[in-house]
Design a protein around this ligand. Sequence first.
Ligand SMILES: [Zn+2]
Ligand SMILES: [Zn+2]
Length: 278
Amino acid sequence: MIDYHIHTNHSIDASGTLAEYCQKALEIGLEEICFTNHCELDPQRNDSFMRFNGNPEPVSNAGLINLQHEVFEVRDRFARKGLSVKFGIEVGYDPGIENKLQAITTGLELDFVIGAIHCLDHICIDSSRECGKYFDMHDVEEYISNYLNAVSNLVSSKLFDSIAHIDVYKKYGLGYYGEEIYNAPREVMAQIFKSIKENGIAMEINTAGMRFMSEFYPAPTLMKMAREHGLERITIGSDSHKPADLGKDLEPAIAYLRSYGFHTIYRFENRRPIALRI
Ligand SMILES: [Zn+2]
Ligand SMILES: [Zn+2]
């Protein structure tokens, strides 16, 4: 089994060292893990940080080079024990970050880059503290429409290998708006799936949804549509923010994928997809 979405204590909202995660991966029998720490680049927010030796520092090229050294160190150390370790990042997408992303990733040997929508109008809708501020200003149709528009921009930016937790907007939206949160317009979703396929990026099955709301990201209706639109490239991750969550619900996620007719997941090396039969 592989886990392609992991945050260590380099992310300001996560705990656990690289080595602790590697050790845990061996204990639970994972064959490959990919570290994907947060890279939030929105200049209008104050969360563009990474933590080194316990201290938050603004996300920078030098910081990412340091992180790469640390990842390569555990990669080499744990390769001898039979664990494969990959180097990735999770980027919060906002139109306009392209140049900054290019600048901070120069010289890096990244295996995998996930794109995520965490913010709308610079407000984090993936935060229990902040989301109410956004929800109070928008009805449910506007919220869904703005979120999906952001997803469409992310997909067509061609910057990413996979889209993270594609329906994360439901996480706090369900509690605020109720079941209407599931009424994403089918024609808009169809267009997004078409674009995901055309742009050759992957869609992630993210098991954190199981821990927050007893449902994977993406929800069953979206899985069905994804299959109908011929999506093939799938990545899989726990989105763990602490070692205890590493690998959580990956086996049920594989069963979930199979139940919709998916028989392949993808790992990445130097940003090239490699198919794995499931
Ligand atoms: Zn995320
Ligand atoms: Zn994440």
